[in-house]
Design a binder for this molecule. Structure first.
Ligand SMILES: [Zn+2]
Length: 299
């Protein structure tokens, strides 16, 4: 049972992607725009159809969803962008539609598991519109007492900045370094209120003014990353997401982070770019399904 063969599904607000994972590769894939109604029956049927199209009816299925789940991984608690899904018995609904046992997980956690690549203790951070992440300790996802551990976008690095709907806490990492917050700040500081494309702005990071903006932003990213180093003592922190995958971003962030890190941790500090990118949640969801069946995903 050491050669993984399982289906992973990444259910997002815009796209749903299913992949048949065989070992360290995706042997078959199916992807579509998420059913526009986002109504639970339509989406569950869509996921079942995509999974069946992979032609691997004997493979176990793991599905990751964009939001938090209860500690037992049965129900959705706060599913972003899917109105009416909170409290639904999602695992049971998927099982009925698929006709097999299903494992469900939060998408950021699945992303984290999918980036394992032989590590046992590590942290994954995705820097995009939001800041997601997951923590793996001793080869297992950190779940927490209520199923909500690893909400790395909500660690506090500021004071007054208010986090978005569904959180509303103050000073959170995401409220300062999420792409929406960065775009707002860049628009005010650099473009007299005109809209800003962060990717383009990162490409112009050597220009006067723009470099000051990124300098200040990277200091904030660095504070968040350094805090996590001290809490988890990870083998590595893996950086993904649209902002995090910008060319040279991880190198720039590593340089900024050192001064915030306590000396004993500097020698082991390892910040690296995501190796699987948007495929990571598919690998992670598949590995959970495989392990639930008794297999070992990352020997
Ligand atoms: Zn928050």
């Amino acid at each position: 049972m050491d050669f993984m063969r399982a289906v992973g599904v990444d259910l997002g607000g815009h796209h749903v992607a299913a992949g048949l994972v065989e070992g360290a590769a995706i042997a078959a894939r199916a992807e579509e725009r998420t059913a526009p109604s986002r109504e639970v029956g339509a989406v569950v049927a869509q996921v079942a159809r995509l999974v069946h199209s992979l032609g691997a009816s004997d493979a176990p299925v793991g599905i990751c969803v964009p939001g938090s789940l209860d500690a037992a991984r049965e129900r959705g608690m706060m599913i972003a962008n899917f109105e009416g899904w909170n409290g639904l018995p999602l695992r049971k609904l998927f099982e009925e539609a698929l006709g097999c046992t299903v494992v469900i997980e939060n998408d950021a956690n699945a992303y984290a598991l999918g980036e394992g690549c032989g590590m046992r203790d590590y942290v994954v951070l995705t820097f995009g519109t939001g800041i997601g992440g997951g923590v793996v300790v001793g080869g297992r996802l950190l779940i927490g007492a209520h199923g909500m551990a690893g909400e790395l976008g909500h660690i506090v690095i500021g004071r007054e900045e208010r986090c978005g709907p569904g959180c509303r806490g103050l000073g959170h990492f995401e409220a300062i370094c999420g792409a929406d917050a960065l775009e707002r700040a860049a628009s005010e500081k650099l473009c007299q209120g005109a809209s800003v494309d962060l990717k383009t702005l990162w490409g112009r990071r050597e220009e006067p003014g723009v470099s000051d903006f990124w300098d200040a932003a990277l200091e904030n990213f660095a504070r968040g990353v350094a805090s996590l180093v001290h809490v988890f003592d990870p083998e590595a922190i893996v950086i993904g997401g649209g902002v995090g995958s910008g060319e040279g971003f991880v190198d720039a962030l590593r340089d900024k982070a050192y001064k915030y890190i306590s000396e004993p941790f500097r020698a082991t500090f390892d910040l690296r770019p995501s190796s699987r990118g948007t495929d990571a949640p598919i690998f992670g969801a598949a590995s959970l399904a495989w392990e639930a069946r008794g297999g070992r995903s990352f020997p």
